[in-house]
Design a protein around this ligand. Sequence first.
Ligand code: SAM
Length: 339
Amino acid sequence: MLKDNFHRTIDYMRISVTDRCNLRCVYCVPSGGLKPLEHREILQYEEIVRILRIAVNTGVRKVRITGGEPLVRKNIAYLIRMIKRIEGIDELSMTTNGILLEKYAEELADAGLDRVNISLDSLKPERYREITRCGDIDAVLRGIDASEKAGLMPVKINMVPIRGLNDEEIAEFAKITLKSPYQVRFIEFMPFGKEDMWNKEHFISSEEIKSIVEQIGDLIPAKMRKSGPARYFRFDGAAGVVGFISPISNHFCKECNRLRLTADGKLRPCLFSETEIDLKPALRNNSSDTEIERLIELSIAVKPKSHSVKIENLLSPADCSAMNTVRNTHKRPMSQIGG
Ligand code: SAM
C-alpha cells in the first residue's frame, strides 16, 4: 500500500466516466450549459480498466464511478463488469442522480456493482424540477426503490442544503430515516461552478444542519463499519441513519484517501486543487504500465496536506458580485471533475 507524504494510505479512486449529465442543477451547471468534451477526449472503458489494473499495484482497493451522470454513458454495466473482475478491487460503488436507475439497477447489480449513492436535493416535484432545471422526481423515487430491490445496499441519499433553495426540507429528509433503512447524508455546499452561488447567504454549515435535524428528536452517534468522511447518527429506534459531511467547516483532509480520475483522463489528487496529472498522452502513446504507474505515484506524491477553503473565505453576495469574478470558486464544476 502506497502512503503519501503525509502518511495517508491512498486506496480509493473516484472515476468520472463522462462530463455529460441529464440534469442541469442550478448550483452545479452554469445556466448557459457547458461545452461537452468530444468523444475522442473521453477515456475509453479499456483505458479506464488499464489504469485501474495498474492502480491496484499502488494500493487502490475501492472504486466509485461518477460523472457527469454515469448512467448516461452507453453500456456502463460493461465497465462495471470489467472492473469487478480486476483482482484487488474490493469495493465498487456509483454516485448517480437516480433518474435512470429504475432502468439499470438490476443490470448494474448483476454486473457486480455493490451500492449506489443517489443525489437528491428536494422531495417536492416542482422544486426538484427547478433545482435540476428539468428533472422528474418520480423517476428518482422509482430508481431508489429499484436499487433497494436489486440489493444495491445500503442506499445512500445525498442532499446538498443551500439556504433559500432547499434548506426548509432538511427535516423532511432526515425523517426518511425513521422508517427506511437508508443513509441520508447532508453535504456542505462547496465552491465549485462558474456562477458565484457559494456565498455567505447560501452556505449552511453541518453544525447548523444538525441543529435543524435535532429539532425532530435526539440524535445518537451511530458507529458505522466504513464511515469515510461522514459522521453518522440515528434517531432512537429509527431504521436508517443520518450523516453529516463537512468538507468546509471541518476538513477531513487528514483522513483523505482518494484520487479522482476525470472523464478526460486527468488524475486529480485533491478536489480543491487545480493540480492534475494527465494520463491520456501516456495511455495513447504506447507507454508501458511501469510508466503509467509512475504517473499514478506522482499524483499521490503531490497530494496536498490539506485544502485551504474555509468558512472565513465566504463572502457576502454583494462582495461576490462587486468582484465580478470567479475568484471565490474553482474553475471546473463538479460535473466535470466527478463529484
Ligand atoms: N450525476 C451524479 C449525481 O448527481 O450524483 C454524479 C455527479 S454530481 C456532480 C455528484 C454530486 O456532486 C451530487 O451529489 C451533487 O449534489 C454534488 N455537487 C455538485 N456541485 C456541488 C457543490 N458545489 N457543492 C457540494 N456538492 C456538489
